[in-house]
Write a protein that binds this ligand. Sequence first.
Ligand SMILES: [Zn+2]
Ligand SMILES: [Zn+2]
Length: 367
Amino acid sequence: MTERVNEVRDRLRACPEPSGHEGKTAAYLAAELRKAGCEVRETATGGHGVVGILKGAEPGPVVGVRGDIDALRHVVDGKEVCVHSCGHDAHAAMALALAEEAAKTGIRRGILKVFFQPAEETLAGARGMIEEGLTADLDYMFGIHLRPIQEAKAGQATAALWHGSSYQLEASVSGRTAHGARPHLGVNAIDAAVLVVNALNCVWENPVEGWSAKVTKFNSNSLISNAVPDGVDLVFDLRAQKNGVMESMLQKVSDMVINVPTGLGAVGTVKKSDGVPAAEYDPEAIALLEEAITAVLGREGLLPPIVTPGADDFHFYKRAKPSIKAGFVGLGADLTPGLHDPSMTFDANVLPDGVKILKYAVDKLLG
Ligand SMILES: [Zn+2]
Ligand SMILES: [Zn+2]
């Protein structure tokens, strides 16, 4: 298995495909799953995904394990390249090795579904799997992601990686144009939009909870500089470690976009808000993963829960079906200098341990 997981990872690393374009990766994984004896479902909603399915003879829970499979585009030395800089080649390799190991012996009860999820980076892949109805029967769902060395070293893992929620809210402010010499005849959309941005600095959530709200785009529609502009487009980037805090912020920012410009006679509109929920895990799933990590890495290898402001579309699964017992392993791999850096490297010797941790949890539920 040690050789196999690294062979698969090398194969995937040599063929990195960006979010939504994972065709070759998905075809390779589907072929390997069929060879192993898994039932295979291929998906094309939101990207190219694959699910390997094994069924036990006795009734039991439906357990999902998710490895993501997309890579990222970067510019290196002036050239555009695609790189597995988030380590999804490693996650897919561990998930495939898990499916193959489970297929060797078969599972006694319930159903194992190993998800090879596309388009994590664009937050479209999990929603694609959900739309295709592939997660409707899940009782458990486990994820795994390599961690930067600052969070976990090789030989360490956490059973609860607490991702934050991330939302982008797009808004516009419209006023009325007028000649630059006669501003009193118009309504300056920039004036009104600046007030909205200043109002954003008056958003407060509990300082004990992790959150932030900031403006990340501010574009006037004006093509000339000697007239009062009548339109501004804005984007707000919102982060929160808890879903309740995010809901509150979305409401406050939306209210400000709509209400603040009216003081100047301008009109604010929320055009769209989209994002990803924060992690919500189940104590039973966390306890099981802690037991699995301790069994594989020893007591000294088990890290406490890790809170990260980063987001992952894995959390759409539980949002779509709240009864899913979710857990997420953060696996240490001496990963430097960091995720999403095209020069990212890690110690691939940890991958078999990742497979063993997942297999331990699956065996407990389905063995
Ligand atoms: Zn990423
Ligand atoms: Zn990632």
